[in-house]
Design a protein around this ligand. Structure first.
Ligand SMILES: [Zn+2]
Ligand SMILES: [Zn+2]
Length: 338
């Protein structure tokens, strides 16, 4: 098959790769229905945390099970499945606590920007849909694999409840789907922080009641103005930079909740600032697997349409253009059809 490899900064190639096969008896082999480029793929693409060697890319996936290993009991060939970027057994204590992305046997799933994918720990990792979906459902089902699951975790970890006032920092796909998630959880006021017109529009379509374009201290001042000087109940930090994290902590009310789901780059928190902030902090790599069943259901019944974050769709062979479009912020998120 041909698959996506990152050779170095801004050097993405779609090239001949070995066909994946079943290696462990707990594996499944998927025929990918759609793949996509993630905001987190842009870090190595830009040369930050770049791997030292050519690396297969892609960790968000859905598709049809082609073959399973001899120890796989529940997942069956022919099923349409969605899984998370961390394979998990879904049985160890950490999985039982609901933190499958910290599974004691977790494995990172890589190489999903390709027509075929090997998924370890298939029974614990994959969730089958009720039947094989029509093509129009596939983009939304694909978001459940990461960006919707991560946005949902961001809202859940920030304790969004009916009536909450919520701030979402970050207007990438995760932030936008954090808005959608907060809306689904019944938030009354959702303030999206964005200075990009198409993203502001999508945030409003997903349920944002207000948009704030200011950042940093000015952004904090605007939120304080809008919340009677108190700050928001729940703040979702969906970027991963020092500025975004500081902004999140500073615009949360006393006793409120900050979640953080962007992979941190250069974030450092001082003890004294944390001590006097009086906020709850909860975040990390989203345990997407925990939420898959509850996310697939409303997508399946057309109640939510998170696939709208894909504002550019390309044939998989044009994956390099997909990376360019996201790097240059011409696209929010790029869907790739094999
Ligand atoms: Zn991702
Ligand atoms: Zn586990």
């Amino acid at each position: 098959m041909r698959g996506t490899m990152l050779y170095g900064p801004r050097d993405v190639r779609f090239e001949e790769r070995p066909d994946p096969t079943i290696i462990e008896p707990t594996d499944a082999l998927l025929r990918i229905s759609a793949a996509c480029v993630c905001g987190s793929d842009l870090w190595p693409y830009r040369g930050i945390d770049a791997p030292g060697q050519p690396t297969p890319m892609g960790h968000e996936y859905c598709g049809i099970v082609e073959e399973v290993g001899s120890a796989v009991k529940h997942i069956k060939p022919g099923q349409f499945v969605v899984g998370s970027f961390f394979a998990s057994d879904n049985t160890c204590p950490n999985c039982q606590f609901g933190y499958q992305s910290s599974c004691m046997h977790r494995e990172l799933v890589g190489g999903a920007q390709a027509p075929w994918l090997r998924v370890p720990l298939a029974d614990g990792t994959l969730v089958a849909t009720p039947s094989v979906p029509s093509d129009d459902l596939i983009p939304s089902l694909l978001t459940a694999s990461d960006v919707l699951g991560t946005g949902w975790f961001a809202a859940d970890a920030a304790n969004v409840k009916p009536g909450s006032t919520v701030v979402v920092i970050g207007d990438g796909a995760v932030g936008l789907l954090g808005v959608l998630s907060a809306r689904q959880m019944g938030a009354e006021r959702i303030i999206a922080m964005s200075r990009n017109a198409p993203r502001q529009q999508l945030a409003r379509a997903f349920g944002a009641t207000d948009v704030v374009a200011e950042r940093g201290d000015e952004g904090v001042a605007r939120i304080m103005d809008m919340t009677n000087g108190l700050g928001a109940d729940s703040v979702l930090e969906c970027v991963g930079t020092q500025e975004a994290m500081q902004q999140a902590i500073h615009c949360t009310r006393k006793g409120g909740y900050v979640s953080y789901v962007g992979v941190p780059h250069g974030v450092e928190l001082g003890g004294e600032g944390l001590f006097f902030a009086h906020v709850h902090l909860h975040g990390g790599p989203a345990p997407v697997r925990r939420y898959l069943p509850e996310l697939i259901d409303p997508i399946w019944h057309g109640k939510i349409n998170p696939g709208r974050v894909f504002d550019l769709q390309l044939p998989l062979a044009q994956v390099a253009e997909g990376y360019r479009a996201m790097d240059e912020r011409r696209a929010i998120k790029v869907l790739l059809w094999p």
